[in-house]
Design a protein around this ligand. Structure first.
Ligand SMILES: [Zn+2]
Length: 250
C-alpha cells in the first residue's frame, strides 16, 4: 500500500476525516451524505478564520454544511492612522464580503482588538454562545501564538469545550506559522486545491490588511507545504483536541 493510500485509509485526509468524529458521536458515519452539520470557526480578528481555514470552510459550505465565522474582535486596532470606530466599520465590511465568498454566516464578538480578555465573564460569554448555537464542530486558533488575541480566542473556546453540556468536536488551526502560530502539530490534512481561488478571494477581501505581502510570503507557502504533506497542490492542516473524560474542571 502506498503512503498516500495508507493516510487516506487511516482517516487523516479531507473534510470527511474532519467530520467523522462528530458524525460518529451522533451514531452516523461519513457515508451518510445527507447529514448536515453546524460548524463554528472562531478567530481573534477578521481574516483569521479565512487565512487558517478558508479552503476548508468553502469545502464545508459547498457540501451543504452550515458554517458560522465568529470574530472575537472586529479588528478595530488593525488600520494604522484610523480611529477604532472607522477601522471597525471597514473591517466588518471586509469580513462580511469574505464570508459571502465562502458561503459562511458571521457573528462579531464584543472584545477589543489588541486587548482581548480571558476571565470568568468572558469564559461564560463564549460558553453561553456555544450552548445556544449547539455546533457539532468548532475550530479555534492554536493556543501557542505570538498574538495575545489569538491565544485568548483559543483559551476561551477550549474552556467552552471543557464545560459544554452538549459536547462538540474541537480543532485548532494555524495562522502565519513561524511568525504567529508556534509549535503546531497537525493531525488532519485537507486538500483545498479545488477551492483555492475562493480562499484567496476571501483573504484578499481584507483589503486593509496588506494581504498581498502576507499571503504571498507566508500563507501561500504554508498552503503548498501542507498540500505536500497530503499529496495535494494546496492544503490546510488541523490539530484535533483529543477527548478525555468530561467536565473535569467545571
Ligand atoms: Zn489575527
Amino acid at each position: 500500500m502506498k503512503r498516500r493510500d495508507l493516510l487516506k485509509n487511516t482517516g487523516l485526509f479531507g473534510i470527511s476525516a474532519l467530520l467523522a468524529p462528530a458524525l460518529s458521536a451522533k451514531g452516523l458515519s461519513v457515508k451518510t451524505p445527507n447529514e448536515k452539520l453546524k460548524i463554528i470557526v472562531s478567530g481573534g480578528h477578521p481574516d483569521d478564520p479565512e487565512t487558517g481555514c478558508g479552503g476548508t470552510i468553502k469545502l464545508l459550505t459547498n457540501a451543504g454544511h452550515q458554517v458560522i465565522n465568529y470574530y472575537l474582535t472586529v479588528g478595530q486596532g488593525g488600520i494604522e492612522g484610523l480611529s477604532a470606530q472607522k477601522a471597525a466599520e471597514i473591517r466588518k465590511k471586509e469580513a462580511v464580503e469574505a464570508c459571502r465568498i465562502l458561503g459562511a454566516q458571521r457573528v462579531f464578538g464584543s472584545q477589543l482588538d489588541g486587548a482581548a480578555e480571558v476571565n470568568k465573564a468572558r469564559y461564560d460569554e463564549i460558553l453561553q454562545f456555544l450552548e445556544e448555537q449547539k455546533p457539532d464542530v468548532v475550530f479555534t486558533q492554536w493556543p501557542i501564538d505570538t498574538h495575545p488575541d489569538h491565544r485568548a480566542c483559543s483559551l476561551l473556546f477550549y474552556n467552552a469545550w471543557l464545560r459544554s453540556s452538549s459536547g462538540f468536536d474541537l480543532y485548532y488551526y494555524e495562522v502565519m506559522t513561524g511568525r504567529q502560530t508556534q509549535n503546531f502539530t497537525p493531525t488532519v490534512f485537507v486538500d483545498i486545491s479545488s477551492v483555492i481561488e475562493s480562499k484567496r478571494k476571501a483573504c484578499f477581501a481584507h483589503k486593509s490588511q496588506k494581504v498581498k505581502e502576507w499571503y504571498d510570503n507566508i500563507h501561500g507557502v504554508m498552503e503548498k507545504f501542507r498540500g505536500g504533506q497530503c499529496y495535494a497542490r494546496y492544503g490546510e492542516a488541523f490539530a484535533r483536541q483529543q477527548p478525555f473524560g468530561s467536565n473535569l474542571f467545571s
